[in-house]
Design a protein around this ligand. Structure first.
Ligand SMILES: Cc1cc2nc3c(=O)[nH]c(=O)nc-3n(C[C@H](O)[C@H](O)[C@H](O)COP(=O)(O)O)c2cc1C
Length: 190
């Protein structure tokens, strides 16, 4: 079964990200297309990027980088909870993305955006741009308007949106898996 990694983007005490990650995890498990894991950036506690070599080299000095590399490498698809801070993505998310390169490549990513004035859509747009630089394939966004959620809570409508995003992630994972498969060197094909 392909593996979905749900990544939180915030680390502050009392964050909405904790509850939203639990909701997304339960829904993704029930969806059934993926084995689901959550990477909580607050628990993982990466420092600001402290590797001497560019991530593209795959040369890592620090244990925290090896651990983060193994977590991301094991995933086939990503769902990133994209909180909006000052019209952009959060610093912990950008830092966690910058730490690695090859581990992100050729994998689909969806964004569960949330925020106040634009429901996190500006952050999702920015995250999408960064994802493309890391050779991920952005497949869609579900936006959660926090002001409205205060009155309604998470509704069937939001759940339907997330299920559709998970469907897309599963479809793209099937297509992109061939790119990630080890290539047979020319002349050695059966
Ligand atoms: C530093 C900071 C900046 C924020 N900037 C924006 C913003 O530009 N646009 C917006 O819609 N919401 C903004 N918000 C509101 C957040 O999207 C909202 O508080 C959300 O719950 C943050 O995610 P978290 O609770 O997981 O930390 C900001 C919140 C913080 C803490």
């Amino acid at each position: 079964m392909p593996r979905l990694l749900i990544i939180t983007s915030t680390t502050r005490p009392g964050r909405a990200g904790t509850e939203l990650a639990a909701w997304a995890r339960d829904l993704a498990v029930a969806h059934g297309a993926f084995a689901v894991e959550v990477a909580d950036l607050a628990e993982i506690g990466l420092p600001f990027l402290d590797e001497a070599e560019h991530a593209g080299s795959g040369i890592y000095e620090h244990e925290h980088t090896h651990a983060w590399s193994a977590t991301v490498d094991a995933a086939d698809a990503f769902l990133i909870l994209t909180a909006e801070y000052n019209r952009g993505i959060t610093a912990p998310l950008k830092n966690a993305l910058d730490f690695l390169y090859r581990e992100w490549n050729d994998k689909p990513v969806g964004f569960l955006a949330y925020g106040m004035s634009s429901s996190g859509l500006r952050a999702a747009e920015m995250a999408s741009q960064v994802a493309v630089a890391l050779a991920m394939v952005p497949v869609g966004v579900v936006a959660l308007p926090l002001r409205q959620l205060r009155d309604t809570g998470l509704t069937a409508h939001h759940a339907e949106g997330l299920r559709e995003l998970l469907d897309s992630l599963a479809r793209y994972d099937g297509a992109l898996a061939t790119l990630r498969a080890p290539q047979v060197p020319a002349g050695q094909a059966a």
